[in-house]
Design a protein around this ligand. Structure first.
Ligand code: NZQ
Ligand code: ZN
Length: 397
């Protein structure tokens, strides 16, 4: 096990009706004026926003609102939120929604003290941020307890680049997680969420690793749980047990606990972020469309066959082929793709976009993914423009 530092300070309040506690919890934080961030309207249609406003008013919390966050959330709206916070002396931000909303809330929180895009690009240091909290409505990104935010630069010259940053200052103070709030999710979003949760653990699992049993076994339990209950959520949207299991798995999958003590990969995520920025696809669907190709590529190139085989045996229950472990690894990749198909998720580019990519688009995606040649991605193998393009060509069917 490699050395690590672990600190996950977000207070998790989980269960039926917990959103009713929002006024009380915000008041406990000493908040005087709150910015509520939400998306395209699901929280209005479900009545959740009304309940939130009522609870805040009962606790004499003043608030202003910023709606209209879109999936693959935009920098321009973040900037609008920053202006609102400065003008209205906001001292805390509440995101009510999925990852895009929570990421926007975090980006606004850091924008009050610095230039958001400069911080994301590493040109400016994040020194201070407003505190955030959230009411989660979509289990997927783990942003509700995590330290990350991912934003798409839609401003002039921003090139629709989608980039993220991580910082402990961005960990939300608390999250209110009621599995019932996900009953209204369209099946497609449920499926995207399940894939994303799996992927946050995959990115930490499929890397060369020494002995690291505690972390491996947490990861395997998480994957088994989310795969078992994910398909139930997809078919029975109002199954509370299944929604609960997946919701909690979503937070644990991306609060770093499934990757402690070893290197991580994240190439699939980096490739998907460019697909999201260029084609505005849903994050989970983009991941499902490229993961199998990435997995086959690194299995050929890297010494991580045993990791795929271990996953196949311990998570999927496949028999181990000791003479030819690569067969077990390939069977595990194929079984995972079949699982994605059970959720009607794409497993190649044409299923994602309705067409294949042109060579010019593959080149553009690969160049952008390396931040125009400034970085390589991945931990299983280090991928530059060529390797990323190879994976995209494999997925391009
Ligand atoms: O906008 P509204 O109307 O609320 O509708 C949303 C949106 O259209 C809808 N939705 C959410 N909860 C709902 C609901 N509809 C009905 N009932 C509910 N209960 O779902 C749609 C998708 O929402 P979004 O927030 O975009 O999805 P998700 O949670 O998957 O977030 C995706 C974003 O997070 C980023 C992704 O790249 C993407 O931009 N990620 C953030 C990470 C992080 N902060 O650490 C890590 C992830 O790997 C990921 O990159
Ligand atoms: Zn993700």
């Amino acid at each position: 096990m490699n050395s690590f530092e672990y600190h996950s300070p977000t207070n998790v309040i989980f269960g039926k009706g917990v959103e009713q506690q929002i006024g009380e919890k915000v008041a406990e934080c000493g908040c005087k004026k709150l910015l509520i961030v939400y998306g395209g309207g699901s929280v209005k249609r479900s009545g959740l926003l009304d309940r939130v406003e009522k609870s805040l008013s009962e606790h004499n919390i003043e608030y202003i609102e910023l709606g209209g966050v879109v999936p693959n959330p935009r920098l321009s709206l973040v900037q609008k939120g920053v202006e609102m916070c400065l003008k209205e002396s906001v001292d805390m931000i509440l995101g009510v929604g999925g990852g895009s909303v929570i990421d926007t809330a975090k980006a606004v929180a850091m924008g009050v003290y610095g230039d958001v895009w400069a911080i994301i690009e590493g040109r400016e240091k994040l020194e201070k941020a407003l505190p955030t909290c959230n009411i989660l409505t979509l289990a997927a990104t783990g942003s509700e307890t995590g330290s990350g935010t991912v934003i798409t630069n839609d401003t002039l010259g921003g090139d629709m680049l989608k980039k993220g940053t991580k910082h402990q200052l961005l960990r939300p103070v608390f999250t209110l997680m009621n599995p019932e709030l996900m009953y209204t999710l369209p099946p497609y979003q449920t499926a995207c969420g399940v894939v994303d949760i799996m992927m946050h653990t995959f990115e930490r699992f499929f890397v060369p690793s020494g002995v690291n049993e505690m972390t491996d076994r947490i990861a395997e339990a998480l994957l088994k749980t989310v795969m078992q209950y994910g398909v139930i959520c997809y078919n029975e949207p109002e199954n509370y047990t299944a929604r609960s299991e997946v919701m909690w798995a979503g937070s644990l999958s991306h609060n770093f606990i499934t990757g402690l003590g070893r290197a991580q990969d994240w190439a699939t995520h980096q490739i998907e972020h460019e697909l999201g920025g260029m084609f505005d696809v849903a994050h989970g669907a983009g991941l499902a469309a490229v993961w199998g190709s990435w997995a086959r590529y690194v299995c050929k190139e890297a010494d991580i066959i045993s990791r795929f085989a271990r996953y196949g045996v311990n998570v999927l229950g496949l028999p181990m082929n000791y003479a030819e472990p690569e067969r077990t690894a390939m069977a595990a990749i194929e079984a995972t793709e079949r699982y994605f198909q059970q959720l009607d998720m794409p497993i190649c580019i044409s299923e994602l976009l309705g067409r294949t990519l042109t060579d010019a688009e593959i080149e553009e995606l690969s160049v952008k993914c390396t931040y125009y040649g400034k970085r390589r991605v991945g931990g299983a193998i280090k991928m530059g423009e060529k390797e990323i393009a190879d994976v995209l060509h494999m997925a391009n069917k």
